[in-house]
Design a protein around this ligand. Structure first.
Ligand code: ADP
Ligand code: MG
Length: 487
């Protein structure tokens, strides 16, 4: 009897639809698991190729693949890139006009599209869930899945309703993806989705690429920092990012470096939108671009040849640190990641923990201002609000984080800068009203900072430490970090 040889469609799809010759890391295992009907949780470094884990199955499955992502700004780029490769992808989001959205809904109802990118907020809209109900959802992909967990560093309240959304779609096959989840967050992701370890196994490729040369260097005060940064920047032939926690210290260092004749750009949240866009574009285009930035610089920075990521001030958590260094060395070449550690700077992060968790009383006063004086808020913007809310005459960022919190929790919609911010819920949700949960969150933020301090002080290989921290098999010492080489 002649054996029938059935060609394996997976490598063929990889080549034909994506033009890749081989899989990276766990990609193939994840894809085979999904196509065999099993859920999966994937932890993979940024830039390694998490998207392929749902894009390829989306082509092989017969229904719709719904991708949930918090990054509205990137959805259009993602769908455009897929369309350019001939895939039928679409997005529905709040940055589109009502007309475009209505057409999008109609297309979904009519059975068009294989891949649909939406933010979790979309599920608040009845018209969307109604349109989706008419489709068979074959795969639900939850990107940036760590946002689901209150224990994670970037919690998004809308993500906690994912189990409910999943049920709405008939509990489809589910893939959760993230670059940074501790074991605690991994467990929470499964729990929030109504799955467990046996139904949703973990595929862990580590959180940072092995080609990153990690080091922590103690420094004291701005002069020492300046000298070291200048040396690092001069020695770097490819692009570089220097991260700061405070805009104030970023600007100060920018002046110093300028005086030292080191050309660079700056990027932070207080620059006008247009300027930020320009800086980002120039950064992407210039092979030797240098930028001093706050963590506002990052989303969508997908540049292959970043050779240096320095932290001039400590970040607030190892999760944030892993995300930020994950932007270096995507070309596979060795890249340096230097954390300049000044113990003084821990105070900044401790203050951030304070600011990031405004008390219910503060939120209540902000909501009252927005509700009772919408016109004043629109005309006066942040300055007016800050003036009204001033605490002991101290300038702080509580207002920005408080506005962000109200938005994330669906209390306000729109944008203050654009002049269309409105109150859509008259009261604070329970979780924000509760003094105890604000305290608990602050404690957790400080705990994350403590983990970062443990990292700086550890005598273990940096990679081994990070692997263990994020629940991957620790593996061998890297042989190239400052601890390994005994620097
Ligand atoms: P992540 O979401 O993990 O940060 P992406 O999915 O955006 O990463 O992929 C990063 C880059 O890697 C993309 O340019 C993608 O086309 C590329 N890529 C993904 N998988 C492969 C592969 N198997 N071979 C070559 N390139 C790949
Ligand atoms: Mg991604």
């Amino acid at each position: 009897m002649a054996a029938t040889i059935v060609a394996d469609p997976i490598p063929q799809l990889l080549r034909q639809a994506f033009g890749f010759s081989s899989f990276r890391g766990s990609q193939e295992k994840v894809i085979r698991r999904l196509l065999g009907g099993g859920h999966a949780l994937v932890v993979m470094p940024t830039g390694q190729g998490k998207s392929l884990c749902y894009q390829l199955p989306a082509l092989a499955l017969d229904g719709l693949t719904v991708v949930i992502s918090p990054l509205i700004a990137l959805m259009k780029d993602q769908t455009d890139a897929l369309r350019a490769r001939g895939m039928d992808a679409a997005t529905l989001n709040s940055s589109q006009s009502a007309k475009v959205r209505a057409q999008g809904l109609e297309a979904i109802r009519q059975g068009k599209h294989r891949l649909l990118f939406v933010s979790p907020e979309r599920f608040r809209k009845a018209a969307f869930t109604a349109a989706l109900a008419e489709r068979k959802v074959s795969l639900l992909a939850v990107d940036e899945a760590h946002c689901i967990s209150e224990w994670g560093h970037d919690f998004r309240p809308d993500y906690t309703r994912l189990a409910e959304f999943r049920r709405m779609m008939g509990n489809p096959l589910t893939l959760a993806l993230t670059a940074t989840a501790t074991p605690e967050v991994q467990a929470d992701i499964r729990l929030q989705l109504g799955l467990d370890e046996s139904s949703m196994p973990l595929f862990h490729d580590g959180v940072e690429r092995p080609n990153l040369r990690l080091s922590v260097e103690p420094v004291h005060e701005a002069d020492e920092k300046e000298a070291r940064l200048a040396e690092l920047l001069r020695g770097e032939k490819r692009s570089a990012i220097v991260y700061f926690a405070l805009i104030r210290s970023l600007e100060d260092m920018s002046l110093r470096l300028e005086r030292a004749g080191l050309r660079h750009m700056v990027y932070h949240g207080r620059l006008p939108r247009e300027e930020r866009r320009r800086v980002q574009e120039r950064f992407m285009a210039d092979p030797q671009a240098r930028v001093l930035a706050t963590n506002a610089f990052g989303l969508g920075v997908d540049k292959a040849s970043i050779g240096l990521i320095a932290h001039a001030e400590v970040p607030g958590s190892l999760e944030a640190y892993a995300q930020e260094i994950g932007r270096a060395g995507r070309d596979g070449r060795e890249a340096r990641c230097v954390l300049l550690y000044d113990q003084q700077d821990l105070l900044i992060q401790m203050e951030f923990a304070e600011w990031a968790n405004p008390s219910p009383g503060y939120l209540e006063r902000l909501l009252t201002l927005l509700r009772d004086h919408p016109q004043m808020a629109r005309d006066g913007g942040l300055d007016w609000l800050r003036q009204e809310l001033v605490f002991n005459g101290r300038f702080d960022f509580r207002l920005e984080t408080a506005l962000g919190l109200l938005e994330r929790h669906g209390v306000v919609e729109g944008d203050l800068e654009r002049g269309d911010l409105r109150v859509v819920q008259e009261r604070l949700p329970h979780i924000l009203e509760n003094e105890e949960s604000a305290q608990l969150k602050k404690k957790r933020d400080l705990g994350r900072l403590h983990d970062l301090v443990r990292y700086t002080a550890s005598s273990d290989c940096r990679h081994v430490f990070l692997h263990r921290f994020f629940g991957a098999a620790p593996g061998k010492a890297c042989g190239s970090c400052d601890v390994c080489v005994g620097a």
